[in-house]
Ligand binder design. Structure first.
Ligand SMILES: Cc1ncc(C[n+]2csc(CCOP(=O)(O)OP(=O)(O)O)c2C)c(N)n1
Ligand SMILES: [Mg+2]
Length: 510
């Protein structure tokens, strides 16, 4: 029996680290007979067989095409696998078709820097050689009207958080073109997974201002999250819109799963998924897991990255060393494009084509939209601490997505200054009206906080631990709810004023 050997590493280099090696005390050592004897290699040495003939691994030189190409580079040249590779699109064969080379050529880029596709310049004029997307006046105005409604909603809700009327908010400012135009390129039955800054996509899809306000205030009309989520955690199953979750990048594996479900469901033939995520979310393991599973299992999905320059205070220069997020697409075998996210028409065109490829190939396509986050990260952030105000101002003035789209619409004769003014006034009035209405509505029944998440769906019973907590709250409310002023006041805001919790005899979900 060997004692455990404890080796101390020098302090300073690695700090005071302690390595424990050798088997644990009660496990008999098999190979080791003396403390410093190296372990024999347990892997048997393979017998020598010349790697020639039909099972030769690898390929002949690309410089000598007269030679037959050998089987694909798969362990043992497995015939069934080789056959599958031959049936793959040449674009996807990748490593399986690699050639031997005597040149020790390292590389560190997809090609050269990936270009950014645009059709409009900063002043809304078509760029040379651009093919403009097919778009009717009605479609263009639907996109633009959503783009100009979002800032009005954002400003009012942002200010209301500052006044303590809602608890939290996140603005879309600067990213209106990227979000609205990508949503416009998708079809009505497509599923949407978003991160949190894509409320413009919801607005484009017809999510009403009343529903938006209801979620932000957590009032009785907040039909899907029932007042239990922070503001901006929207959800709209009727619009194919999956609930936002705060832990970054969790939407990506879910979206990969949804895309695979569509692929395997004949009734969803022709449908697609769009999954939005930020440049920061692309640093999460979930990003890689999702793209890898999607590239191997397939499923129609547009991976839409909003590269807005920041993950809260961390600029993109500190987030990745490669060529943005787009360079990762080919690594996963995905068709990829980088697009000017402040050019609504380029985004529309790129996402339409991305969607077409995704549906046709039942696979993922990656779009990286280059944009800039004009607002603070959220109401909990002060971006003046980590970026100069001039930088924000420059983006806002020189490369403003709304101004670019407006200029193009005006050049088409589809929009005017008078219409702009009228739209702004009407938007402000409607946002303020829905805001005031939502603020006055009561909160859902207090007992809602114990429902759904912890309900055992089989018999609709709440688990005991939750029943106990509910009973405890009911008891406290009975004791203090009517006499302690802060509670008395707070309870009045809820439908049934907490009576539903005080009636704690029921163990049924209410
Ligand atoms: C797993 C996890 N880690 C950290 C956070 C905190 N967090 C919230 S948003 C955010 C930055 C995300 O940046 P990005 O994906 O670029 O989106 P953007 O805010 O720029 O739209 C971080 C770090 C979180 N919500 N979840
Ligand atoms: Mg970001």
């Amino acid at each position: 029996m060997l004692s455990r050997r404890v080796q101390r590493l020098p302090v300073g280099l690695l700090g005071r680290a302690t390595l424990i090696t050798g088997p644990p005390p009660d496990v008999p050592a098999v190979h080791q007979t003396a403390t410093n004897t190296p372990l024999p290699n347990p892997t048997p040495v393979p017998a020598f067989t010349p790697l020639l003939g039909p099972h030769a691994r690898g390929r002949h030189s690309a410089d000598d095409p007269s030679q037959d190409r050998g089987p694909a580079y798969v362990p043992g040249g497995h015939a069934a696998v080789a056959k599958r590779i031959q049936s793959m699109s040449p674009l996807r064969r990748g490593a399986h078709e690699s050639w031997w080379t005597a040149d020790q050529g390292f590389f560190n880029a997809v090609a050269n820097t990936i270009p950014t596709y645009r059709v409009l310049d900063e002043e809304g004029r078509p760029v040379k050689g651009a093919i403009m997307p097919e778009i009717t006046k009605e479609e263009a105005l639907k996109i633009y009207r959503a783009m100009i409604l979002v800032p009005v909603v954002d400003n009012i809700l942002y200010q209301s958080q500052r006044q303590g009327r809602i608890s939290f908010y996140m603005q879309c400012a600067g990213e209106e073109a990227a979000v609205v135009a990508s949503a416009a390129a998708m079809h009505e039955n497509d599923e949407i997974f978003m991160q949190y800054r894509e409320q413009a996509a919801l607005i484009y899809r017809g999510f009403s201002l009343n529903r938006m306000m209801a979620q932000c205030f957590g009032n009785v009309e907040d039909d899907s999250t029932k007042g239990r989520m922070m503001p901006v955690h929207y959800s709209a199953p009727d619009l194919g819109f999956h609930t936002i979750t705060s832990p970054l990048a969790t939407q990506l594996p879910q979206a990969a799963g949804a895309a695979y479900a569509i692929k395997t469901d004949p009734e969803r033939e022709g449908d697609c998924v769009i999954c939005y995520f930020g440049d920061g979310a692309a640093s999460e393991g979930d990003f890689h897991a999702a793209l890898n599973i999607n590239s191997t299992l397939g499923g129609p999905i547009v991976w839409f990255c909003r590269n807005n320059g920041f993950a809260i205070s961390t600029p993109v220069v500190d987030q990745y060393a490669g060529d943005g997020i787009a360079s990762r697409g080919p690594a996963y075998g995905l068709d990829t494009i980088r697009v000017d996210g402040n050019d609504a028409l380029a985004v529309l065109s790129a996402v339409r084509e991305a969607r077409r490829r995704a549906v046709e190939g039942k696979k993922g396509v990656l779009v990286e939209a280059m944009t800039y986050r004009i607002g603070h990260h959220s109401t909990s952030d002060d971006s003046s601490k980590y970026r100069p105000a001039e930088e924000v101002q420059e983006w806002n003035v020189v490369d403003n997505p709304i101004a670019r789209m407006r200029a193009w619409l005006v050049s088409q004769g589809w929009w005017s200054e008078a219409e702009e003014k009228a739209a702004f006034t009407a938007n402000k009035k409607e946002v303020l009206r829905t805001f005031s209405r939502a603020e006055k509505l009561p909160k859902p029944k207090l007992s809602e906080m114990f429902n759904d998440v912890w309900t055992v769906s089989k018999d609709d019973h709440i688990p005991e631990v939750i029943t106990e907590q509910r009973a405890e709250l009911g008891g406290l409310l009975k004791k203090y709810g009517g006499v302690w002023e802060p509670w008395r006041k707070e309870l009045k805001r809820f439908v049934e004023e907490g009576e539903d919790v005080m009636d704690c005899s029921s163990t049924k979900s209410t």
